[in-house]
Design a protein around this ligand. Structure first.
Ligand SMILES: [Zn+2]
Length: 171
């Protein structure tokens, strides 16, 4: 699933369309709200129901984001955000109840319960057989939150879209 952001009165191709999948969009929009709450808080930015900003709002948001880019604040945010993501504890895998061996009907049907593990996972778990497709046999997986990326480049691309969009709608 993706978030499609359409320019209302684009002045060139860059301003016609901006697309992020939901994983990229969520942190990007959260960042916009942090930087420019007076503009973004009233926009339902996490729903694709056509909400957005008019031309002057889009330009003002672009200006504030560009300022953050130029001062290095965005790069610093990226650094801190990645640190936070890396610090998230792994979560217990629910499909195998944390054992690393999937023994429910589907797991057995697919032969996961007695499948041989990769060498890496054998070393990690001290076990040679018994796999789970959700966690690769480890029993834990990365938390959902760590799957939401944020990057300075993504912010820059959004700013370029905003500056040429003539306002935008999130669909
Ligand atoms: Zn598992």
């Amino acid at each position: 699933m993706g978030m499609d952001v359409y320019g209302k009165k684009p002045t060139n191709e860059t301003g016609e369309y901006f697309r992020n999948n939901v994983w990229w969009w969520r942190p990007l929009w959260d960042y916009c709200v942090t930087v420019a709450p007076e503009l973004c808080e009233s926009v339902s930015g996490h729903y694709n129901n056509g909400d957005g900003l008019d031309e002057s709002g889009a330009l003002e948001l672009a200006k504030q984001l560009r300022h953050e880019l130029e001062t290095g604040a965005t790069a610093e945010n990226e650094r801190q955000y990645n640190e936070w993501r890396a610090s998230l504890p792994r979560e217990k895998c629910e499909l195998c109840d944390g054992t690393g061996i999937r023994t429910d009907d589907i797991g057995r049907e697919m032969g996961q319960h007695d499948k041989e593990l990769s060498v890496e996972v054998q070393i990690l778990t001290g076990r040679t057989h018994g796999w789970c497709n959700a966690c690769d046999g480890i029993g834990t997986r990365e938390s959902w939150e760590s799957g939401y990326p944020f990057s300075t480049e993504n912010v820059r691309a959004f700013v370029e879209f905003l500056e040429n969009s003539g306002g935008f709608s999130i669909c």
